[in-house]
Design a protein around this ligand. Structure first.
Ligand code: NAD
Length: 252
């Protein structure tokens, strides 16, 4: 589908060209065209019998730290091999057309930063970082890689283990990131919701917050979600296709 032509609905470009502040919320579907599986697609091969909700939780890590660590190692190995796609690049180009364009992402893969987006808020942490399971303190990656156990013991706490620096189901989001995301959602002129199933809270509430605050909401997702009927524009397209088309039609 990447490279296909998408017809932009009437009014979308004029709404965007009149905007000063833009919030772009992205989910796992934003990274799909780079080759990072979404949560629903990630359960292939070795991991097919596990649901993400059973692996990405503090309880799962407590029960079987090695299994959870190995699942994340597998995802990390995949992520270091991939690159941003045309949709990530389009978001970087779009920055120059607005007073402010902030990307609020649920993704943990750094693809927005790699593409060159300058204002990225990570709601769910970053998979390349590891933290102490007891204190939450960051663990030095070079030291970690010199350890042979899976997962290594934490250098910060005698009972701690190294764990992925991501937010698991049932855990709170980093307060600073969530406060910034909510402030942007309440004050933006246009809010994009791209490649997210709108199921994982509290991130899923951000486009609705923007809607209630009077923003124009544009969803990009090949599959309808609970936001599709509420959004002003719902583009059933992939992120790369739709964002490329939008960036091409922006005017200074
Ligand atoms: P999700 O897996 O629940 O849903 C993905 C959504 O993307 C679906 O609605 C799907 O229709 C859509 N999609 C698929 N391909 C697309 C494309 N090419 N363009 C646009 N949309 C596309 O993901 P979610 O809603 O982001 O939430 C699940 C959780 O998954 C989040 O907490 C997130 O942190 C985590 N996650 C992150 C990554 C990553 O960092 N790349 C990958 C998997 C899961």
């Amino acid at each position: 589908m990447n490279g296909a032509i998408v017809k932009l609905p009437d009014g979308l470009m004029s709404d965007l060209n009149n905007a000063d502040r833009v919030l772009v919320l992205t989910g796992a579907g934003m990274s799909a065209e780079s080759g990072v599986p979404t949560f629903r697609d990630a359960q292939k091969g070795l991991w097919a019998k596990h649901r993400p909700e059973d692996l990405a939780t503090p309880q799962a890590f407590k029960r079987n730290p090695q299994m959870v660590w190995d699942w994340y190692e597998d995802r990390r190995r995949n992520i270091v091999k991939v690159s941003p796609h045309a949709g990530h690049a389009a978001l970087v180009v779009m920055e120059q057309y607005f007073e402010r364009l902030v990307v609020v992402t649920q993704n943990v893969d750094s693809l927005h930063q790699l593409a060159g987006s300058t204002d990225v808020v990570e709601l769910h942490g970053n998979i390349m970082r590891s933290i102490c399971s007891e204190t939450g303190k960051l663990i030095d990656e070079q030291w970690l890689r010199s350890q042979s156990s899976h997962p290594p013991a934490s250098p910060h706490h005698p009972d701690g283990l190294a764990r992925p620096g991501v937010v698991w189901f049932g855990e709170s989001l980093p307060q600073i990131a969530m406060d910034r995301a909510m402030a942007e959602a309440s004050s933006c002129d246009v809010c994009f919701s791209i490649g997210t199933s709108t199921l994982v809270q509290p991130a899923a509430s951000l486009p609705f917050l923007a809607l209630n605050a009077g923003a124009t909401v544009i969803e990009i997702n090949p599959t309808p979600t609970s936001l599709s009927r509420e959004a002003h524009y719902s583009l059933q397209s992939t992120a790369a296709t739709a964002l490329t088309a939008i960036a091409e039609h922006l005017t200074a």
